[in-house]
Design a protein around this ligand. Structure first.
Ligand code: GLN
Length: 308
């Protein structure tokens, strides 16, 4: 056990050094003004194993805006609560378009390509709202329970900032409503979507919260959220769609299911083994963390951890 701790600690320090040795940092998201001031050189990384150990390096306990990483949890909860009917309103094919794109929605009758682009996540939020009465609360409570950290919660300033500048998301939601693909008022769906995207959590919190996928659907308290097969399917959708129009490149470089967010977080799952979360607020053109993807690339290259 001591040997393992030393080994993981050294591994994470090496990975962090490799990631920070690259020159590229990317730029923080500025279309949500509350995120624009983040330091593109900030970096944290946490690795949680299925046997309950958690390791970290850098700013791994600093909360950041989880943004689209929340889409993983809203999807898992919507499937757990409502089952496969969800797939009537959202597909599971990669979009090959940016996360906030509108273009495919018209020809595809208001059915978004997958649950990880904004349009798809709005549908998932809508269904979770219908199932629970409080979609953002359900995501927050799940994160608190899995991380054991009661301080995980929505940063209201970030949610308000996004709502004020959310013309694109509002357009997506109204357009889907025009096809009858939202069951709740557009305003409520958007409010819950912004509130779960604006949850602040650390790499430690998210690595622990991602473990249910490494445990094939089993939660921290030993109860089952998803069947083994549902967990496998979520991992598959993460691999093909979790990093938007860069999902092919992410699979090539990292070789693990992963979900990114414009706050700079990336959560990746090593099925049967553990879960890793990296944070670096500078983004590439697809909206994925430059340092986060570099660190995961370094980690899987050094260890051979991969689903392939
Ligand atoms: N809340 C952000 C948005 O709707 C999430 C996008 C992301 O993280 N890729 O634009």
């Amino acid at each position: 056990r001591v040997d393992q701790d030393v080994e993981y600690g050294r591994l994470l320090r090496d990975v962090m050094a490799t990631a920070l040795a690259g020159e590229a940092r990317g730029r923080p998201a500025d279309y949500i003004p509350a995120l624009a001031a983040a330091d593109p050189s900030a970096f944290g990384m946490a690795l949680a194993t299925v046997d309950g150990a958690v390791f970290g390096v850098g700013e791994w306990e600093v909360p950041f805006s989880i943004q689209s990483v929340s889409k993983l949890f809203s999807l898992a909860l919507a499937l757990a609560e409502g089952g496969d009917g969800l797939w009537g309103g959202v597909g599971r094919e990669p979009s090959g378009n940016p996360f906030n794109s509108l273009v495919q929605l018209e020809s595809e009758q208001g059915i978004p390509r997958n649950p990880f682009i904004n349009a798809g996540a709005l549908v998932v939020t809508d269904r979770l709202l219908e199932l629970t009465g409080d979609a953002a609360g359900a995501v927050r409570d799940f994160l608190r329970a899995e991380s054991g950290n009661p301080a995980v919660g929505t940063d209201d300033a970030v949610a308000a900032s996004e709502a004020r500048h959310g013309h694109r998301n509002a357009a997506l939601a109204h357009f889907m409503a025009s096809f009858g693909n939202l069951r709740n008022p557009v305003g409520s769906v958007l409010a819950h979507y912004y509130a779960h995207c604006a949850i602040a959590a650390s790499c430690r919190d998210l690595a622990l919260a991602g473990l249910f996928l490494a445990r094939h659907g089993v939660r921290a308290d030993g109860s089952r959220l998803l069947s083994r097969s549902e967990a496998k399917r979520i991992n598959a959708v993460m691999l093909t769609c979790g990093t938007y129009d860069a999902a092919g490149d992410f699979a090539y470089r990292v070789g693990l299911p992963g979900k990114s967010g414009v706050g700079g977080g990336v959560l990746a799952v090593l099925p049967g083994r553990g879960s890793v979360c990296v944070w670096g607020p500078g983004l590439d053109a697809a909206g994925n963390s430059v340092l986060g993807v570099a660190a995961l690339d370094a980690l899987t290259t050094a260890t051979g951890w991969s689903v392939f």
